[in-house]
Design a protein around this ligand. Structure first.
Ligand SMILES: Cc1cc2nc3c(=O)[nH]c(=O)nc-3n(C[C@H](O)[C@H](O)[C@H](O)COP(=O)(O)OP(=O)(O)OC[C@H]3O[C@@H](n4cnc5c(N)ncnc54)[C@H](O)[C@@H]3O)c2cc1C
Length: 355
């Protein structure tokens, strides 16, 4: 590793430093290399190194990162997670220095180039972006930020504790998480595929944005972050339409020697998409519209069977609805699958009032 020289210290005061350290290790093991020794955890990732140590009933944090930008991104990632882990319990976080940046280093303003339907329920929006390099070979996921209609955008900044300061009131942004489906370096363009999911009686602002956008509309992407391309010779991909853009990107970027099996649930045959790959890819499409009523959990059942049949060297990648993800995760735990060989995330939550 090159010499790193951008450093920052922090002090976190949770109700239980030991429980919080445990939670940090448990969570970040899927995103970083995590080394744990008694009251010390060391997290290493592309952003740099974070040492977190229990000291005087507090957590002392030492960040050591390759650039000023990654230092501030590490600080923000950690701050957002620590406050999330603290839930509603008292929690304080202070840093040795305030931020020296005026804007979030991973915020990219983008302009809509075009939008079209890829299938009846999947709408692609192509954005132009001044610098697409952060999106190359990297993590796939972004937060899409859309300013209120008719108002000039006000983008977020930093809070003193390192978290993101979101604009409020009239400047409040629509924020939804999406996947960079593909990028074109030469044209400096990024593609995002938005599922047009029906939600009777409810608004679907993310899906509606894609339906209504016009060339020239401005938005921003915060990221990329989390959800890197899995590195393994054998990959099992499991997901529904919300994960289809990610599965398509993983398949498209996998090297030739990769063997992949994908199980993808879509509404019907019209929602299937051809998936390109240099590797060997077999796709099993599941059509929700043709399930008998009693088989509503077809994706879960197929996923469990595939996970049981997978070997220990298989990277298992799963993304779909929250409760389905939880059930599938139980199968992975039951077979003691190596946490570093899996990505399991819920991409949306079924609304129990409308289900
Ligand atoms: C890491 C990550 C990457 C993602 N990538 C993509 C992507 O590339 N493309 C994509 O389309 N989605 C993606 N998603 C899912 C997307 O963020 C959610 O579907 C989001 O809720 C859509 O926002 P919305 O405003 O349209 O609906 P919301 O306002 O969030 O929800 C409105 C209603 O729609 C229901 N709903 C939400 N999503 C779905 C769905 N997928 N299917 C059926 N009902 C739904 C909700 O239960 C609710 O009742 C991703 C999510 C994550 C966490």
């Amino acid at each position: 590793m090159n010499a790193v020289n951008f450093k920052l210290s922090g002090i976190a005061v949770p109700v239980s430093p030991a429980d919080m350290l445990e939670e940090i290790c448990e969570h970040f093991i899927e995103h970083a290399e995590v080394e744990r020794k008694d009251g010390l955890a060391v997290l290493r990732s592309k952003l740099g190194t974070a040492q977190i140590k229990i000291e005087n009933a507090r957590l002392r944090i030492e960040l050591d990162c390759p650039t000023r930008e990654t230092l501030h991104m590490s600080r923000t990632v950690l701050a957002e997670h620590l406050f999330y882990f603290a839930e509603n319990q008292p929690f304080e976080l202070t840093w040795s220095e305030p931020t020296s940046l005026s804007a979030l280093p991973n915020l990219h303003e983008v302009t809509v180039v075009s939008a079209y339907d890829v299938t009846p329920h999947m709408r692609r929006v192509i954005f132009s972006c001044a610098d697409v390099m952060p999106f190359v070979d990297g993590d796939m996921h972004v937060r899409l930020l859309v300013p209120p209609k008719g108002r000039p955008p006000v983008w977020p900044g930093f809070r003193d504790d390192g978290r993101i300061a979101w604009p409020e009131g009239k400047n409040e942004l629509l924020v939804r998480v999406y996947t960079i489906r593909a990028l074109d370096r030469d044209r400096r363009e990024l593609w995002i595929d938005f599922l047009q999911h029906p939600a009777p009686g409810m608004s679907t602002p993310g899906a509606d944005f894609a339906r209504d956008v016009r060339p020239g509309d401005v938005a921003a992407l915060l990221g990329p972050g989390a959800g890197g391309l899995p590195e393994a010779r054998t990959i099992l991909l499991i997901g529904d339409e919300s994960a289809l853009p990610a599965i398509a990107r993983i398949a498209a970027e996998a090297p030739a020697e990769t063997r992949m099996r994908a199980i993808i649930e879509v509404e019907d045959g019209a929602e299937e998409q051809p998936l390109q790959s240099k590797g060997a890819l077999s796709v099993q499409w599941l059509h929700r519209a043709s399930y008998p009523n009693a088989a509503a959990d077809m994706l879960v059942r197929e996923a469990k069977a595939a996970i049981e049949a997978a070997n220990d060297e298989t990277f298992v990648w799963v993304a779909c609805e929250k409760s389905d993800v939880r059930t599938i995760k139980t199968s992975l735990k039951a077979r003691n699958h190596d946490r570093r060989m899996m990505y399991v995330a819920w991409y949306w939550e079924r609304d129990m009032n409308t289900a």
